[in-house]
Design a binder for this molecule. Structure first.
Ligand SMILES: [Zn+2]
Length: 415
């Protein structure tokens, strides 16, 4: 294995910019909310654009609002890209997505300042949306780049207030009829730095992880129909309580994933009952399941077990059960070639990285349809993420960004 030289970055600029970005969309009670095409999102994108201008990286906004910076390569060819998403969940933290955006700008700026023109075209990108932060359009930005938007999606998707995605786009000066122009077919490699969002690196080290696969995600909706009855008059033995059935299922679903073992996960994240009155036995319960595993065979097995368990419990309790698949995304294997580049960059930083499967979804998984992709993880303190307590040691933020810059140097400065 060749040993690379660790690339220098401006760590004060990096940390200051992370702090500045965290102000855009900061909520009064703590946490951040930058939802797609809202004023906090616009403000964050304007900030990123100002950094790109400052670094002479010629900012450009594409048809869905992804913001790109670029250095032309002396030999041209297919493009090397780094970046992550700018949007956050409601009450999210300062690093999910933001780290990859700020570190990407920093790595490219530092390379330009210290190493001059690359041979390959080098770009950084702030991707407009990954989280489903306002519409249920997860990976909207990366899917636009990878040509995976569905026809009419912008007209169909609505936020909680009923505003369509298309109208939200128009409000920030984007034309929904134009989304196809965001497609890129000239990207060779995409590299994303991200926080782990789980406890593995923080608890067991090392300080850097190379992602090999991203778990497949299945979302199911289960509707249980029993019988609404008087909470005082109907005997316990004669009830068909849909919520009690749903509760038994939620416990069983968690047990199934636990028994399958790490990294299988299954979560009942929402539940609603009808008629939802204090003195009525719930006649209907509807809940969602999120189930993930990085191996496709195991994921399918988990889904089958969950389906069988729900049917069995429904039968035992005299309930009708209906299961609907809301989303089914297969696991994604990231590029072994880029993983090797990242391992060499980690070695240059004096770290022997750990290979990890990501349970969380990432832009890199969508961009793997358009390019060879790789991901580098830094530890999340206590494994916390999607919350105000999301944090990573400053020294790990700096280390990860230097490793990212080192990987980009290998990719974009080949003679
Ligand atoms: Zn993220």
């Amino acid at each position: 294995m060749r040993t690379a030289e660790l690339v220098e970055i401006d760590e004060h600029r990096l940390l200051r910019r992370l702090d500045d970005l965290a102000q855009r969309g900061a909520l009064p009670g703590g946490g951040i909310y930058r939802a797609l095409y809202t004023p906090s999102w616009t403000s964050a994108m304007e900030l990123v654009t100002s950094w790109l201008k400052e670094g002479q990286l010629f900012p450009r906004r594409d048809a869905v609002g992804n913001v790109w910076g670029r250095i032309e390569g002396s030999r041209g060819g297919r493009v090397i890209v780094t970046g992550s998403h700018i949007d956050t969940v409601r009450g999210g933290g300062a690093l999910d997505g933001a780290l990859g955006v700020v570190a990407g700008v920093e790595a490219v700026t530092s390379l330009w300042e210290n190493h001059g023109r690359p041979t390959r075209i080098l770009e950084c990108v702030a991707i407009c949306e990954e989280e489903g932060s306002r519409f249920s359009t997860n990976f909207w930005g990366a899917r636009a780049i990878a040509d995976r938007l569905e026809p009419g999606e912008a007209e169909r998707a609505r936020d909680g207030d009923g505003t369509t995605l298309a109208d939200a786009m128009r409000a920030v000066g984007l034309d929904p009829a134009n989304v196809a122009s965001a497609v890129r077919r000239d990207i060779d490699a995409f590299v994303e730095l991200h926080i782990e969002q789980g406890p593995v690196l923080d608890e067991n080290g090392p300080r850097l992880g190379v992602v090999t696969t991203i778990a497949g995600t299945t979302h199911l909706e289960v509707t249980l129909r029993g019988q609404a009855d008087h909470a005082g008059a109907m005997a316990m033995t004669r009830r068909k309580d849909a919520l009690v059935g749903a509760s038994a299922m939620a416990v069983e679903i968690a047990d199934l994933a636990t028994r399958m073992g790490d990294p299988a996960v299954a979560t009942v994240g929402t539940i609603a009952v009808e008629p939802a009155q204090v003195n009525v036995v719930p006649g209907l319960a509807r809940f969602t399941i999120d189930a993930r595993h990085p191996e496709n065979g195991r994921r399918t097995e988990l889904i089958t077990q969950i389906g069988d368990a729900c049917k069995r419990i429904a039968r035992e309790r005299g309930l009708d059960v209906e299961m609907r698949t809301l989303r089914d995304r297969p696991p994604v294997t990231l590029s072994p070639r880029i993983a090797d580049v990242l391992r060499r960059a980690c070695a240059a930083a004096g770290v022997e990285p750990r290979d990890l499967a990501s349970g969380a979804g990432h832009d890199a998984q969508m961009l793997s349809y358009a390019a060879s992709t790789g991901m580098l993880f830094v530890p999340s303190i206590g494994g916390r993420s999607h919350c105000a307590d999301e944090a990573t040691l400053a020294e790990d933020v700096v280390l990860g960004t230097r490793a990212l810059a080192t990987a980009l140097r290998e990719l974009a400065y080949q003679p």
